[in-house]
Design a protein around this ligand. Structure first.
Ligand code: ZN
Length: 286
């Protein structure tokens, strides 16, 4: 009871201090976009155009934060198992694997939501209270329906990850965790990937031109993900003949409907592996 009261007091005192961070309209993911310097660091990871053979294994702990006192983790265990299986299958081409702790931690919190955590910057608090600094913490938490996920990331100088606390977690909504794409998307952020449309979520506002000739300095900094206008679409097979843009509707790092998404590009896969090896090395299972 004491713990819960402290958390409520903590969250309340932060929001009373008027420090709430607004969620920009249209965003389903709260992860921050990297700076130009961060983009350059990502491109440096592509100097070798192949994924090393070695599989990088990361320990991961699921922490389910529920607003129901009598929540039974067994009711979602089967679905969680397929989430875990899907994640390992998806990251297979990047030669990254996750060793999930068999025990899932369940925490009761009546008030905490994904959006509240984001607005009040409570990630570090959650990690110190419920998580671990040695593993990846996968927090699954009630969502108000605005955000699907949020990964606290550094926007440049990624070498600081090994010394900075509060950056070894992924936060996913309690419904989005079962949709097969949100977790892959957030893990993409965890290993350095950016949204394919770049910094701006508004349709047709990407700074990458349709021909992609400025792909090194715009969009997601990668050149094998075509310029993505984050356009409204009617189907995953929409005819793009008359459009200047030819985005990949199936890319995990886009905002296209979940039903369309099932792939990372080769460069994205290389970035994830090399980013994991270079900047997330301290979390690799020894
Ligand atoms: Zn995102």
């Amino acid at each position: 009871m004491k713990k819960i009261s402290f958390l409520l007091f903590f969250a309340l005192s932060i929001s009373c201090a008027n420090k709430e961070i607004a969620i920009p309209e249209g965003y389903a993911c709260g992860s921050e976009f990297c700076t130009a310097s961060g983009g350059n660091s990502l491109q440096l990871l592509l100097t070798e155009n192949a994924i090393p053979e070695e599989v990088l294994r990361f320990p991961i702990q699921i922490i389910w934060i529920s607003n129901q006192k009598d929540f039974q983790i067994n009711t979602v265990k089967k679905n969680l198992n397929s989430t875990i299986h899907n994640l390992n299958t998806t990251l297979n081409t990047s030669h990254i694997a996750f060793n999930f702790s068999p025990e899932i931690k369940v925490v009761y919190d009546k008030k905490l939501t994904l959006e509240k955590l984001y607005r009040n910057d409570l990630a570090e608090y959650c990690i110190s209270k419920y998580g671990s600094n040695e593993k990846i913490n996968l927090f699954i938490i009630e969502s108000e329906g605005i955000l699907n996920g949020y990964t606290p990331v550094l926007t440049e100088r990624f070498d600081r990850y090994k010394n900075k606390k509060g950056y070894n977690s992924v936060f996913i909504g309690n419904k989005a965790v079962f949709n097969k794409t949100t977790l892959a998307h957030e893990i993409g952020h965890f290993f350095g990937l950016q949204h394919t449309f770049g910094k701006e979520v508004t349709p047709f506002s990407t700074d990458e031109i349709p021909t992609g000739t400025n792909c090194f300095s715009s969009g997601d900094w990668l050149c094998d993900t075509p310029a993505d206008p984050n356009m409204p679409i009617k189907s995953c097979n929409q005819n793009l003949e008359k459009s200047n843009f030819k985005p990949l509707f199936n890319n995990y790092m886009s905002y296209y409907p979940n039903v369309c998404k099932n792939a990372f590009t080769k460069e994205q896969s290389i970035i994830m592996h090399r980013f994991a090896y270079t900047y997330r090395n301290h979390l690799i299972q020894k």
